[in-house]
Design a protein around this ligand. Structure first.
Ligand SMILES: [Cu+2]
Length: 137
C-alpha cells in the first residue's frame, strides 16, 4: 500500500519540480498579479561560487539591481546578457551587461539599472551552465 502511494507521488513531485524550473521560459507579458510569471520580486541577485543564487527575479525599472555574493566560495563571474556562457551580440540593456559584460570578484557587489521593461537573460562567460532570467517591470 505504501509502495503504491510512493509510485503515485513520484510523478507528481516531478511535475512540481518542472513547473518551478520552468520559470523564465514563459514570462508572460501580461503578468499575473505582479508575480512576474512566478519570479520573486527582488532588487538583489545573489551569486554563489559557480551559479546565480536565483534563476529568475522580477525587478523594477529605473531602480538599481545589486549583484552580490556574500556566500561566494571563490568564484569570479563575468556576467552579461546572453545564454550558456556566450554574450549576445547586439543585445540591449544596462551598459555593464552588454558586450563582454562585467567582472565581479568574490565578496564584491555591483549595481546595474535596467531602464526598459522586458525580459533579459543573463549568462556568465566563466560558467556556461550559469543562466538566469530578469523580468523588468
Ligand atoms: Cu560565473
Amino acid at each position: 500500500m505504501f509502495k503504491k502511494a510512493a509510485l503515485l507521488l513520484a510523478p507528481l513531485a516531478l511535475i512540481v519540480a518542472l513547473s518551478v524550473t520552468a520559470c523564465g521560459k514563459v514570462p508572460g507579458s501580461g503578468s499575473t498579479s505582479g508575480g512576474g510569471g512566478g519570479c520573486a520580486s527582488s532588487q538583489t541577485i545573489g551569486l554563489a561560487t559557480t551559479d546565480f543564487a536565483v534563476h529568475c527575479v522580477t525587478v523594477k525599472a529605473n531602480m538599481p539591481v545589486t549583484f552580490n555574493d556574500p556566500t561566494n566560495g571563490g568564484g569570479v563571474h563575468i556576467i552579461c546578457i546572453g545564454h550558456n556562457g556566450a554574450c549576445q551580440a547586439g543585445a540591449t540593456g544596462p551598459k555593464d551587461l552588454l558586450g563582454s559584460g562585467f567582472t565581479i570578484q568574490p565578496g564584491q557587489t555591483h549595481q546595474v539599472t535596467f531602464t526598459t521593461a522586458g525580459t533579459y537573460h543573463l549568462a556568465c562567460t566563466v560558467h556556461p551552465n550559469m543562466n538566469m532570467t530578469v523580468i523588468v517591470q
